[in-house]
Design a protein. Structure first.
Length: 41
């Protein structure tokens, strides 16, 4: 799952806090949220 996140969204690291946030988020919002995370990195 972590490798999928790295490959699909281009993140270098996937912190535990990010995984916690994703677990609480509706699936529809994940792509937009991940795009924002990618821009921050």
């Amino acid at each position: 799952m972590i490798d999928d996140i790295r490959n699909n969204y281009g993140l270098q690291t996937v912190p535990f806090v990010l995984m916690q946030q994703l677990g609480k988020m509706p699936k529809k919002k994940v792509p937009e949220f991940m795009q924002q995370m990618r821009l921050k990195e």
